[in-house]
Design a protein. Structure first.
Length: 155
């Protein structure tokens, strides 16, 4: 069996969502789930310990604001990319995720958008789920991360 190349950390306090992502990721040989946690503090600790390539980060975490968690994760694991996951359909929330240097996956789009989102983020591109594809998003990032100035949108 070929070893997976993209290491994934799942961060979400809703266990059925973590199970869904875990079962979805296991279908792709290129991806390997290295851990799953349910709150912001655990996310920071596990990201430092596991050094994942990408973190699927719920925006509604207990114990820590998601932006603060992402900031601390970036300090602990500077090479890790972040994909925020939420059912929030606000373009402003998606814009905030992009400004933070992360992609934005609408959870209800995960069945079709998860794999493209992971590969876009790993490839240095920005990603917004198809549900929000009709909205214009700024081309800059204030996170200090490299930004390719491209939002991958699916219609």
């Amino acid at each position: 069996m070929e070893k997976s190349t993209i290491r994934v950390l799942i961060v979400d306090n809703y266990e059925p969502w973590r199970r869904f992502i875990l079962s979805s990721v296991q279908n792709w040989a290129e991806l390997q789930v290295v851990g799953e946690v349910s709150d912001g503090w655990e996310a920071v600790w596990k990201s430092r310990q596991l050094q994942p390539d990408i973190i699927l980060l719920d925006i509604g975490l207990p114990t820590m604001n998601v932006i603060e968690a992402a900031r601390q994760i970036r300090q602990q694991s500077p090479n890790a990319k972040t994909l925020f996951c939420s059912e929030n359909l606000s373009p402003e929330v998606a814009e905030a995720a992009l400004r933070a240097g992360a992609g934005y996956l609408v959870k209800s789009d995960a069945g079709s958008d998860l794999l493209p989102a992971v590969f876009a983020i790993i490839g240095g591109k920005r990603f917004v789920s198809r549900t929000l594809a009709g909205h214009a998003f700024a081309e800059t990032s204030d996170s200090g991360l490299r930004d390719q100035g491209h939002v991958v949108q699916f219609s």
